[in-house]
Design a protein around this ligand. Sequence first.
Ligand code: C2O
Ligand code: CU
Length: 453
Amino acid sequence: MRLLLGLICASCTAPTSHPGIPSADSSPSLADTSTPKEVVDEAAEWATPAEAVDVDEDPGVVHVELTARPHQWTAGERVVDGFAYNGQVPGPTIRATVGDTLVVDFTNETELSTSVHWHGLSVPYAMDGAGWMVDPVEPQGTFRYTFVLEQAGTFWYHPHFDTARSVDLGLYGVVVVEDPDDPAVDLDQVVVFDSVGEDEAGPDHHGVKASPLEWLVNGVVRPTWRPRAGASARLRLVNASNQGYVALDAVRVIGGDQGLLPEESDRVVLSPGDRAELLWEVGRDRVAVMGERWSLAGPGPGEPLPLFELVPSGSAPAASVSWPSRPVAPTPDPGRTDLRYVFTGSAENGWEINGQTFPSIAPDEVALGSEVILEIRNPSPSHHPFHLHGMVFEVLSVDGVAPPVRRIEDTLDIAVRQTVRLRIEADNPGDWMSHCHILPHAERGMMTVLSVR
Ligand code: C2O
Ligand code: CU
């Protein structure tokens, strides 16, 4: 199996062609690749974020406590004077089953005005932790978030006030909503990516304007993952980076933003905020997972970086797992356009949607219960991952081409000069944020509001 992970960092610029990526078969360990020697010596161990404790005995209710506090943590060599949920980065993984009621008792023990936003989950407006003119949870304040988990898949949570800084300094965690009808696997593993050292004329990243760019995998730089040889693993990837992209090639992608995909694919690009799920048949071989450098305009330049290494324990051969596909045709594009967003701006002057800079925006209004066709054009010089709160959307087309199967998302990367057409069922009343998930872009104006009433 050939594995390729790519990164986008905003400080890298000119796109170039892909550098050669070592294959797992011909390079059984990092030592045999082009990786510098010191990487091998570090051999940091893999960390799985501890799961939140359910304090309610009712099987249909998951009730957890979540406290944001100042927290000093390490990102590789760097010490971060940051924050954490329940004292850990990434925060506790909340694991539940579709149909469960989630109750989160949140306490803010930081000096920040903050909130908890449930990225990808279509929750009632008052529970979204964000919106048009809503109040944050003030220092020493508490808030009970509660809603029914109606979607299965991999989601995440993070603040939605002072977002770029808060997420960068450690406030993020994963929500896994399991579907009992999904095929069984041996391992179900959360993999959260965060980047250190990227910089774009914005906030300091992890308190240090540092290079080179490095990735944290579940909070650890270049960890070694040691799953049992012969095991089947479902990897739930979350990109919590403020502005770095992770791309994987020659993998089995079985899930996206909103749970399992109707059909497997072999490549995924995770923009900031995005999720994907992989099916991994662990064999006998060690696999070096390399990162390819990208810029916000595309791949390159520079040599690939090691992200993590998979070292199987034992010597059982890989089991061969067949995963059911259930293809569903995409909804045909009705041709009309109800709403248009044009993404413009620059790193120097800030970023805009329809020429408006948040919070100086006029919310767009659509009728509750209507079908909204949204067309987004990106004539700007940067990729922008578009994220909508409160509702998911179906991708009708990208540059005029419909996807081969139905594609439901809540976060969609929009490349330079691309046009995408999306279909939204406006079934959730509220004043929903919609924005670029490159958090320094959102902070510098690339955010608007879709009112559903
Ligand atoms: Cu993940 Cu509006 O955010
Ligand atoms: Cu952007």
